[in-house]
Design a protein around this ligand. Sequence first.
Ligand code: ADE
Length: 251
Amino acid sequence: MRIDIVTIFPEFFDVLDISLLGKARQTGLIDLGVHNLRDYTHDRHRTVDDTPYGGGAGMVMKPEPWGEALDGILRPGDDTPDERTTDHADAHTPLVIFPSPAGEVFTQAMARRLATEQHLIFGCGRYEGIDQRVFDDTAARARVRLVSLGDYVLNGGEVAVMAMIEAIGRLIPGVVGNPESLVQESHEDGLLEYPSYTKPAEWRGHEVPPVLLSGNHGVIAAWRHEQQLERTRRVRPDLLPSEGASEDSAP
Ligand code: ADE
């Protein structure tokens, strides 16, 4: 997968050199380009923001540097898609994601779909946001989505993009060594994950639940599923369609 990031803090993404994603870059599973938005300015101060039309607090990111940066990344050879804002549009055309608290909420299901894309472009906004015409202009040439990490406000898109790249990158086949470990984790089956234990069997007076030492895989699977349901009911009842439906899904 090719990933491009446009930001005024390119060094923020240096951490993508390390860990599983760093390895995925070394082996060629992920091809990353980080672009400094200020490289596309033409004034002495490398200005990327200005006061908002209509008044109001804060600054808005100017359209011109964004236009030039995205022109360079969305090369003329890239096709213009028919459906510009939908998930299922051609994964061969680039998808441009602008992190924004005004966007649709990022989920594990979205991460799974995005992991099948060939080219993702992330545009990190700062200040009060980016001039709306950047989204409109880009949507004429590529698929565009505004995506939010959650119902809170960050200072800019960089942290959100890091989180999205980590969630998406680990779902690209080959990035995580043992694909089995991707199956049994929170949100993969709509439930939170069950608690995990390792040796020793007793630690500071806390014992590992005896069922896990039983060697009976059927009983262990049933216990784990019950733990998932109990935890999800207690912590995230919003994930369960209804109490009745959750009981129906028990083995
Ligand atoms: N930028 C600022 N807040 C954000 C959020 N919650 N999600 C994504 N990008 C953001």
